[in-house]
Design a protein around this ligand. Structure first.
Ligand SMILES: NC(=O)C1=CN([C@@H]2O[C@H](COP(=O)(O)OP(=O)(O)OC[C@H]3O[C@@H](n4cnc5c(N)ncnc54)[C@H](OP(=O)(O)O)[C@@H]3O)[C@@H](O)[C@H]2O)C=CC1
Ligand SMILES: O=C(O)[C@@H]1CCC=N1
Length: 279
C-alpha cells in the first residue's frame, strides 16, 4: 500500500468495481480513489459505503483531484466523457484506459494534447486479485508510465506488456474470457439439474472441478490435451462425453467465439475513430 497517488475512476460499473475491490486490498488506501459516473448517484454511494472510496459529483471534479485517470466507461461514451474532462487534464496526468478496442491514439486525440496514455485490458477477476491483464503504452507513455500501470494492475493479478496491436486479441481471449467460463458453468449447472442432482451439491462439485482443473493446469507442465487424455479411459465415460462435444464442434465454436470477440474489439475502436474524425 505504498501508492500515494490519487486515482480518478471515470465510470463506476462492473470493471470499475472489480478494480476498486482489488486496488483497495493491495495498491492504495480507499481515500486515494475518487469515483465519478454520469448520473447514477446511488451507485456511487454504494461503492463509497462498500469500499470507503471517495466520490465526485462529476468527472471533471474527480480529475482535478487526481494523478492517475482511469477511463472505465463504455467505448460509446468515451467521447462525451473526454469532452467533459479534457479542459482539466494536465500534462503530468497519466491516463489508463480500460476501453475495449479504443486505441491510445484515439484517447490522445480526445484529450487534445500529447498526454501519456496506457491502454489496459484487465478482466473482472481483478475483484479477487486474479485478473489476467495486458497493457500497452501510447506514443507519449514513457517507461515509468508503463511501470506505474504494471504495478497498479499487478495488485489485481498478473500483467503482460504487449504491443498495442495485440490488445484486440487479448480482449477477445482474456478480457471477455471469464464470461466463457461462466457460460460453461451455466451449462454444467443445467446438465446437473437435468440428470437429477441436487442444486447445492452440484454447485459445490462444479466449482471444485473448475478450480481443480485450473490448479492442475497451473501446477503441471503437461499440455491440456495430455491432462485431458489422463481423464479419458478407453471406452469410458469421458470418451463418451467428449465424443458428443466433438459432434457439436466444441473446439471450433470456441475458436470462432474468440475470433469474433477479437474482431468486435477492432470494430469498436474503428467505429469510434471514424466518428471522431467526422465530428
Ligand atoms: N466488464 C468487463 O469484463 C470488462 C470491461 N472492460 C472495459 O471497461 C469499460 C467499462 O465496462 P463495464 O464496467 O462493464 O461498463 P458498465 O456499463 O458496467 O459501466 C459503465 C460506467 O460508465 C459510466 N459512464 C458512462 N458515460 C459516462 C460519462 N460520460 N462520464 C462518466 N461516466 C460515464 C456509467 O455511469 P452511469 O451508470 O451513471 O451512466 C457507468 O458507471 C468498457 O470500456 C469495457 O470495454 C475491460 C475489461 C473487462
Ligand atoms: O464485453 C466487453 O465489451 C468488455 C470488454 C472485455 C470484457 N467486457
Amino acid at each position: 500500500m505504498n501508492n500515494e497517488r490519487t486515482i480518478a475512476l471515470i465510470g463506476a460499473g462492473s470493471m470499475a468495481e472489480a478494480l476498486i475491490a482489488g486496488m483497495t486490498k493491495a495498491f492504495c488506501h480507499p481515500a486515494h480513489i475518487v469515483v465519478a459516473n454520469r448520473r447514477n448517484r446511488p451507485r456511487l454511494e454504494e461503492l463509497a459505503r462498500q469500499y470507503g472510496v471517495g466520490t465526485a459529483d462529476c468527472a471533471q471534479e474527480a480529475v482535478k483531484q487526481a494523478d492517475i485517470i482511469i477511463l472505465a466507461m463504455k467505448p460509446k461514451d468515451v467521447a462525451e466523457a473526454m469532452n467533459a474532462i479534457a479542459p482539466s487534464i494536465r500534462s503530468d496526468h497519466l491516463i489508463l484506459s480500460l476501453l475495449a478496442g479504443v486505441t491510445t491514439e484515439t484517447i490522445e486525440r480526445l484529450a487534445g494534447r500529447n498526454i501519456p496514455v496506457v491502454r489496459a485490458m484487465p478482466n473482472t477477476s481483478a475483484a479477487v486479485g486474479l485478473s489476467a491483464t495486458a497493457i500497452a503504452g501510447g506514443r507519449f507513455a514513457a517507461k515509468e508510465h508503463l511501470e506505474v500501470a504494471k504495478q497498479l494492475f499487478e495488485t489485481v493479478g498478473i500483467v503482460a506488456v504487449v504491443p498495442e496491436r495485440d490488445l484486440h486479441a487479448v480482449t477477445g481471449l482474456s478480457g471477455s474470457g471469464p464470461a466463457y467460463v461462466y457460460y460453461l458453468v451455466e451449462a454444467m449447472e443445467k446438465a446437473a439439474a437435468d440428470i437429477g442432482l441436487e442444486r447445492d451439491v452440484a454447485k459445490r462439485l462444479i466449482l471444485q472441478t473448475i478450480i481443480g482443473a485450473a490448479e492442475m493446469l497451473k501446477a503441471s507442465d503437461k499440455h491440456p490435451s495430455v491432462l485431458r487424455r489422463e481423464v479419458t479411459s478407453p471406452g469410458g465415460t469421458t470418451e463418451a462425453g467428449i465424443g458428443v462435444l466433438e459432434q457439436y464442434r466444441f473446439q471450433e465454436a470456441v475458436v470462432a467465439c474468440i475470433r469474433r470477440a477479437t474482431a468486435r474489439s477492432e470494430e469498436l475502436g474503428s467505429a469510434l475513430l471514424a466518428a471522431i474524425m467526422e465530428a
